[in-house]
Design a protein around this ligand. Structure first.
Ligand code: ADP
Length: 322
């Protein structure tokens, strides 16, 4: 990268220097032509004897010289602009390519690591069961359950990675369907309430209709709810609100869990990022949920942020244009 930048700058400097040199040489040549023309004029017409003709031809030669100066200057400037535009286009496309290949490399490295750890854990559990045939029933069930958990993690990881490759693909464009966001949130909460013993409190303004990819926004909402459930003690409620403000729909998912430290608030939206506290380590996860959520919201030209809840926990806020 640095090598390309240096070579690119050197070449550019050489081309510009050559252009300036040509420009100066042309202007000099034009001055010489002008001086030659004046000498010829003086030898042909006597300025004292025939001042009318002399002055007329003199001003025509001056005019020609001025026109040449403008012509060379204009052509030189046009060349310079074309060269600079070309240099910027080449440089930005090179940088884009390098960044993309770096991102792909980083992604492959982290994916390999993330895929390997559940596979290694499952293998170890199965080998333990195989080696110690007389293992007591409780221990065996525990190992099988741990393996199932790891298999589920692997499954989530694969699903999330497929989703990421879909939404990161250039050909993906979010669907544009008009739907009732209030209904979607209410249905989702009813579904969560039927699956969990925890309390889900809601304050949903009815009739909020937006245009977007319903399935993707459902995934984004599910990710926030899953996290609120995952990182909050079972006896604490999760609070969801939907409000209209001018032409925006504001969704807030608030929990009373461990919260997210200020210096981690931006990082939690990064790919594979998990806060390194006990809460995160005790829970399984891929570190992709919030990354996917942010991507989806961005593709809908919306915004997602996280703030502290009072007295504890986090509030995730999504703003979507209606
Ligand atoms: P995952 O939950 O699979 O680890 P996410 O991308 O959904 O991945 O979240 C990234 C990290 O952000 C989590 O590992 C966790 O540390 C933190 N986090 C997300 N939501 C919450 C929440 N509601 N409360 C506390 N921490 C959270």
């Amino acid at each position: 990268m640095r090598f390309f930048t240096s070579v690119h700058l050197l070449l550019l400097a050489y081309i510009i220097a050559a252009l300036v040199y040509w420009e100066i040489a042309l202007q000099k040549q034009s001055a010489q032509i002008y001086a030659g023309d004046i000498t010829i004029l003086k030898s042909q017409v006597d300025s004292l004897h025939d001042p009318g003709i002399y002055n007329q031809r003199f001003s025509s030669l001056r005019h020609k010289r001025i026109m040449r100066t403008y012509q060379f200057g204009g052509e030189g400037t046009a060349f310079l602009i074309v060269i600079l535009i070309g240099a910027v286009v080449v440089y930005t496309s090179f940088v884009r390519r390098i960044t993309l290949s770096r991102q792909q490399n980083n992604f492959m490295l982290s994916v390999t690591h993330e895929l390997k750890s559940p596979i290694a854990a499952m293998k170890l559990n199965l080998q333990t069961i195989e080696k110690h045939r007389q293992l007591d029933e409780g221990k065996r069930i525990e190992l099988v359950e741990r393996s199932i958990k790891e298999a589920n993690r692997l499954n989530d990881l694969c699903n999330n990675m497929l989703l990421i490759s879909r939404i990161e693909g250039r050909q993906y464009k979010p669907a544009k369907e008009l739907f009732d966001l209030s209904e979607m949130i209410k249905d989702t909460l009813n579904d969560y309430a039927s699956r969990h013993t925890r309390k889900f409190e809601k304050d949903v303004t009815p009739g909020c209709k937006i245009t977007g990819d319903k399935m993707m926004l459902q995934i984004a909402l599910n990710n926030l709810l899953e996290n609120a459930v995952k990182y909050t003690p079972a006896d604490k409620p999760v609070h969801i609100t939907l409000h209209k403000k001018q032409n925006a729909a504001i969704i807030r998912v608030a929990d009373q869990g461990s919260g997210i430290p200020d210096n981690e608030k931006k990082k939690v939206f990064n790919k594979f990022y998990r806060v390194g506290n006990e809460e995160s380590r005790r829970t399984t996860g891929t570190g992709l949920g919030l990354y996917i959520t942010k991507k989806i919201i961005r593709q809908h030209k919306g915004r997602i942020t996280v703030k502290d809840n009072t007295p504890s926990g986090s509030v995730f806020e999504i703003i979507l244009t209606m």
